[in-house]
Design a protein around this ligand. Structure first.
Ligand SMILES: Cc1cc2nc3c(=O)[nH]c(=O)nc-3n(C[C@H](O)[C@H](O)[C@H](O)COP(=O)(O)OP(=O)(O)OC[C@H]3O[C@@H](n4cnc5c(N)ncnc54)[C@H](O)[C@@H]3O)c2cc1C
Length: 424
């Protein structure tokens, strides 16, 4: 059913995280399109999760904007959200570049040029012919093997920090295509010129303001989706609701659990694995001072056991809680939250922190790592061809990358496709 056939088109978006809310805002001014966002939690923003009980908002989830966050920063400006620049960041307690330079081979500058040239070459090949078998095989390689084949050992060390410490996969597991998608010119320039900022009012407040004026229902869990030629029926808190189309903006496997899947959806559900990420708010009596962020290479190298502390970010002083507040990160593996908490306290002590007290630890469904066989089998093309089939569209971290900038850029391309399809 399209707008011309029934004057208006009712579109349901499942998920009120960054993907669902930003898409809803991009579609909001379309004549004849009625968009409703359903979020099962009482709070909007998904993995954007600000804590407001301290001297300033502390981010347990989404933390920064970089240069690539153009749309987010534009909206922040419009919505009265201001940005604060990050403090100094180190790796193993030293300037990051020292760690990178310890890698073998040519100078870092030459290796970076070689990396950017090889990156562009592969991305171009895939954009010219997405079914090119040789390019797909290269894209599916673990990025460590891809870098080794080119003698880029300094870039490997660069990626320990820029990729793994941020939870975007260990180098001998994550595919080349996902690593290359993340490390682009914007990201390099952001690091070089410290264009990394955090919203002073917090990400949660940002999403609240984005949602203002949109039709958004919270505490609204979608538990079933039925599609046929007459439209789409969603069961929301046990009530049947009629729509003409639906957008998956929830983690794909959660959407898969509530929909009667078609063939493409069934194939996709077997094409990725969540890497996971755990972040914690910790009060530590005494720990590193004089810079804001430290990362630990030992936790990020291939072969390192899961659960080790990837890094820590100083946030605020809180003497009433027993010290200074830090946010930490871990790759959770199969550990429970209680086990991760124990490991974390030991790790902090090993790194010189005194009397750590974990106030809150949360495991996130994070970073969908695409399986190599799925990449070789045409995952990117298949994800694109699914759009609009069975009156269903898809967005979010699996379809672009686990970052707000990638998700918003993806939505900026998806929104016109949805508008065109429903107006036809
Ligand atoms: C610790 C951490 C730090 C991060 N730091 C950054 C950063 O600095 N910069 C950056 O750009 N990104 C960062 N990210 C990544 C960013 O937060 C995510 O990429 C983004 O939140 C993904 O958005 P999404 O909408 O795809 O999914 P989510 O944020 O997971 O949102 C999905 C929403 O769908 C809802 N949902 C699921 N099932 C249903 C259902 N059946 N019915 C109704 N609702 C449902 C969920 O409740 C959730 O709210 C970070 C993430 C974490 C965890």
């Amino acid at each position: 059913m399209t707008i011309t056939e029934r004057q208006s088109y009712r579109l349901a978006i499942v998920g009120g995280g960054p993907a669902g809310l930003s898409l809803a805002r991009m579609l909001a001014d379309t004549d004849g399109l009625e968009v409703t966002v359903f979020e099962r939690e009482s709070m909007l923003g998904g993995k954007s999760y600000s804590l407001y009980d301290y001297a300033r908002p502390i981010e347990l989830g989404t933390s920064y904007t970089a240069m690539g966050h153009r749309i987010a920063k534009k909206w922040m400006k419009e919505l009265g959200i201001t940005l604060r620049q990050n403090g100094e960041s180190r790796y193993d307690g030293k300037p990051f570049i020292d760690y990178v330079k310890d890698g073998s081979g040519k100078s870092f500058a030459l290796q970076m040029l070689h990396f950017m040239w090889s990156r562009r070459r592969l991305l171009r090949k895939l954009s010219k012919n997405p079914d090119d078998d040789a390019a797909l095989a290269e894209a599916a390689l673990p990025v460590e093997a891809w870098l080794k084949a080119r003698g880029l050992r300094k870039i490997e060390r660069f990626m320990h920090r820029i990729l793994t410490t941020m939870g975007y996969g260990v180098l001998d597991e994550v595919s080349t295509i996902q690593a290359l998608r993340w490390i682009d010119v914007d990201l390099l320039l952001s690091g070089q010129f410290n264009q990394i900022h955090a919203p002073e009012q917090g990400w949660t407040e940002f999403w609240k303001r984005v949602a203002d004026g949109l039709t958004v229902e919270t505490d609204a869990a979608v538990s079933a989706i039925k599609r046929d030629e007459t439209g789409v029926t969603l069961t929301v808190n046990d009530e049947a609701r009629a729509f003409d189309g639906v957008v998956c903006a929830a983690p794909f496997d959660q959407f898969f659990d509530v929909v009667e899947p078609n063939e493409a959806e069934a194939w996709l559900n077997d094409s990725f694995d969540w890497t996971g990420y755990a972040s914690a708010l910790v009060a530590v009596e005494k720990w590193f001072e004089g810079f804001q962020i430290d990362g630990y290479s030992e936790a990020a190298r291939p072969g390192s056991p899961k659960g080790k502390m990837l890094g820590a970010r100083y946030e605020a002083d809180a003497p009433e809680l027993g010290g200074r507040l830090f946010i930490t990160g871990q790759i959770p593996g199969d550990y429970s939250e209680a086990e991760l908490q124990e490991i974390l306290e030991d790790e902090i002590k090993d790194r010189g922190g005194e009397n750590p007290n974990v106030i809150m630890l949360r495991k996130w469904i994070y970073f969908a790592q695409w399986r190599p066989e799925a990449i070789r089998g045409g995952l990117l093309t298949r994800m694109d061809r699914m759009q609009g089939q069975d009156s269903t569209w898809y967005t979010g971290a699996l379809f672009s990358f686990e970052s707000i900038s990638h998700i918003m850029d993806f939505n900026a391309r998806l929104a016109p496709r949805i508008i065109e399809a429903v107006k036809r």
